[in-house]
Design a protein around this ligand. Sequence first.
Ligand code: GTB
Length: 216
Amino acid sequence: MPVTITAFERSPDGGKGLARDTRVRWALEEVGQPYEVRLVSFRAMKEAAHVRLQPFGQIPTYEEGGLALFETGAIVLHIAERHVGLLPFDGDARARAITWMFAALNSVEPPILELTVAKFVEGDRAWAQDRLPLVMERIRTRLRQLSAYLGECEWLDGAFSAGDLLMVSVLLRVKPSGMLDEFPNLAAYVARGEARPAYQRAYAAQAAVAAGHPAA
Ligand code: GTB
């Protein structure tokens, strides 16, 4: 069944791979599922046709036959459940990998998103400079905890899983701040994720959109 996802026609990051379609592209590449991409403008994203797919007027979305999904975590879980390669077969290990998917999105990403808001949305407020160190400390706390858990392991729980895919994706958003380098094992973990051929293909595909020559 052909798969179509949506992505920014013009990503605000100029192709650095930080928009969430990269996570979906990466999951599809890991399992070897070909996909098409429908690029949407900021205006089209808020129009009825797209809002029917994504009630909040955002990307990414995922369509496969009669099935339409939104929420990146749900999309990655769907891909991981339908294909081999992103979740272990053993029931307990599978449950733990799914736990790490939730941990990435619910425990680690929120303070990282707060930093984006503090810098780019609230940056001109009188209190912004006071708030920034607090937000950064909350990120450091999570990075410290995650670093302690990961230790010298290659991935979070045995083999690479959808949990690692989402955790690496979330950590990539903090990389430009330099905070990741305070935790060498996390920096190495993210580098391992980025080095995966599937990630490289996903990154190249979204970068090609920004460069004006998407493959499909
Ligand atoms: N919870 C939803 C999900 O996980 O799918 C959140 C989806 C979401 O935030 N989508 C963003 C969007 O459509 C794009 S990814 N925004 C447009 C809007 O809300 O009008 C978030 C994102 C955007 C830009 C950058 N960047 O430029 O670096 C990084 C991440």
